[in-house]
Each structure stands twice: as structure tokens, then as C-alpha cells.
Design a protein. Structure first.
Length: 335
């Protein structure tokens, strides 16, 4: 990767333990006196010492105990991270990491952008990707290739795969249930082909027409003839496929349950063309966002390594429309 998954990414601070101190003789005496007093005659403790809780601990001791346990949990968490990283092949990407480590990886990506380079942890938590937003991808051990995309979706979110396989056109236009985000136009075109097996097979495909089958496998768009039954389309949402105005027109007339695209074009399609119009790309049905993080171009750069694509990706995942869905019914899977 361009930005190495170095040791410092997962080792953020040292872990230690803090022991609790015994109460002072004065406090012990006061506690003993309190035990023999009536309920109406409660001892007058100094605020700096604190009253005993039901488990016999003072407030100060309780806080120290809580702090100690928190440090122990953090130490165990870091040990798990180091163990996972040690067993990870050198060529493996973030897709094979546990969700907490994926969240750490994405937090580092956010830190490398101009907008969030100096953001506090609280600010990043407001706009970044949290562990709870991520799906477990560690058990999918197949190489992240184009042909593996459909099996990957079936593996990480079976309910979505079942939904897609039973869909029938027409559907609400421009409302995908699955979005794949990648940093390269040609890669987006390839991934759109990899999404095709998730949709129901067309009758002519089942009849075995060699030409139509070849066109479908190559992910080519087939124009619907006048009077022809509406069909489901795989969206190709990147600049090289259509001009922006053409994309807007296309989205408003097509049933597109799945799509692959680049962050910049997706952001443009999520923005209303004018004050009187709605955004052509709608997220009401969105269930899954797949981030194509593992793939590298000829310069060994992925979507998180190229400065421009990284900035656009963070803008996309932080925008109000996407962020609102991630807090509800939409999950992220790192491919």
C-alpha cells in the first residue's frame, strides 16, 4: 500500500495498570462509625474522600478501579491487533482485518485529508467510519478480484443478495441497494461486470443467445426498445462513461439496484442540479457500500493512497446523505 500499515497504526500508546490504594485510618474509622449509626444519622464525609458505595468502595477507589480495568481492556485489544497483524500476509490489505482495525485504518485515511488533518478524536467520531458501521470481512479469504465481487457480497450480507436476486423491474429510478466505490474509472467498469451475477438472469440469457450473453458478461449497456419490458441495470457511475447531464437523464429513467462508481462522480450525482430539482442519485434503498480498497493501479495506488481520490472518498462518506444512511440501515464492507 502507498500508506504503509505500519506498526504505529495499531499501537497507539502504552498499556499499564493502576492499583487501588487502601483507605486511610481516618476513613476506616469513619466507616466503622457509620456502620453503627442509625439510618437517620449518616456520617458527614469530606467531599474529597467520598462516601462508600454498596460494594464497600469509595468513589475515588471506584474511579481508580474503572481506570485500571479500562487500561487492561485496551492492553488486551492491542494484543489482539498485534496477533492479527502478525498472521496477516504481507500482500493482504485492510479487507482481511477485524472491524476495529479497519476502523483504525479508515481513521488514518481521514487524518491524511486536508479537512481532517487536525481534527480531534471527537470530531472524527462525528464524521468518520465507526466499527459498528463495518461488516466482518475476515472470513472471506478469496482474492479480491472482479469475479469475487458477487460472492463477496453474498458472503458479507446474505440478506441483500437474496433481495437482489428476487427483484423485478420497474423499480424506483436511481435508487441503488448496493454501491461499489473505487478510485479508477476502468476499475469501476470492470466491477460493474462483477455485479451482474447478483441480479436475476434475463430470459434471453437463459435461452443461451451467444451474442447477448457475451455483451452481458462484458457489462455493456443494452438500450431498451420502445414497448419492451423494463429491465434491471447495473449502474456505471464514473465520468468516462457518461457526461454528467447524460448521467442525470439516465438515472432518472432506469431501474438500477446495483452500481459501481468513483467518489467524484457519485458526489456530483448526489447533488441536486438546481434548487428546484432533486438529486438524481437517491440513497433511500441503500443497504451496502463496498469500498474497493485492496486494488492497486499501475503506480501501486489505491483509492486511499491517491491524494485526489482519498479526498473525494472522505467527502463522499462524510456527506450528509451517506452519513445519514450509515447511522441507520446501511453498512460498509471493505473489499
Amino acid at each position: 500500500m502507498g500508506d504503509e500499515l505500519d506498526d504505529n497504526l495499531y499501537l497507539d500508546g502504552s498499556a499499564g495498570s493502576a492499583g487501588s490504594r487502601s483507605p486511610s485510618p481516618a476513613l476506616q474509622s469513619a466507616t466503622a462509625a457509620a456502620g453503627g449509626a442509625s439510618d437517620a444519622e449518616e456520617p458527614d464525609f469530606d467531599d474529597n474522600v467520598g462516601a462508600r458505595t454498596a460494594d464497600g468502595m469509595s468513589e475515588k477507589e471506584r474511579l481508580e478501579n474503572k481506570k485500571r480495568k479500562r487500561k487492561e481492556r485496551e492492553k488486551a485489544r492491542k494484543a489482539r491487533k498485534n496477533e492479527a497483524r502478525a498472521s496477516m500476509p504481507e500482500s493482504a490489505g485492510p479487507g482481511v482485518l477485524p472491524q476495529d482495525m479497519q476502523a483504525d485504518f479508515l481513521s488514518k485515511v481521514w487524518r491524511q485529508t486536508k479537512a481532517y488533518a487536525k481534527a480531534s478524536e471527537m470530531e472524527l467520531d462525528e464524521v468518520g467510519v465507526r466499527e459498528a458501521m463495518l461488516l466482518d470481512t475476515t472470513r472471506f479469504t478469496t482474492e479480491r478480484s472482479v469475479d469475487a465481487l458477487a460472492p463477496f457480497v453474498r458472503h458479507v450480507l446474505p440478506s441483500l443478495s437474496k433481495l437482489l436476486s428476487g427483484l423485478q423491474a420497474p423499480l424506483a429510478s436511481g435508487s441503488p441497494s448496493l454501491l461499489v466505490v473505487t478510485g479508477n474509472a476502468q476499475r469501476a467498469a470492470d466491477l460493474s461486470r462483477g455485479l451482474r451475477p447478483l441480479l436475476p438472469r434475463l430470459p434471453e440469457e437463459e435461452e443461451g443467445s451467444a451474442r447477448k450473453k457475451r455483451r452481458t458478461e462484458e457489462g455493456e449497456e443494452e438500450k431498451e426498445k420502445e414497448g419492451e419490458k423494463p429491465r434491471l441495470h447495473v449502474g456505471k457511475l464514473f465520468a468516462r462513461h457518461f457526461k454528467l447531464k447524460e448521467h442525470i437523464t439516465w438515472l432518472r429513467s432506469k431501474s438500477m439496484p446495483v452500481a459501481a462508481g468513483t467518489p467524484a462522480r457519485l458526489l456530483a450525482l448526489l447533488s441536486p442540479p438546481s434548487e428546484s430539482e432533486e438529486a438524481p442519485l437517491k440513497l433511500d434503498e441503500l443497504r451496502l457500500v463496498v469500498l474497493d480498497v485492496t486494488w492497486r493501479d499501475s503506480k501501486n495506488r489505491g483509492i486511499c493512497e491517491g491524494p485526489e481520490t482519498r479526498e473525494e472518498l472522505v467527502k463522499l462518506l462524510s456527506c450528509e446523505g451517506v452519513r445519514g444512511r450509515l447511522g441507520k440501515d446501511t453498512k460498509i464492507a471493505i473489499f
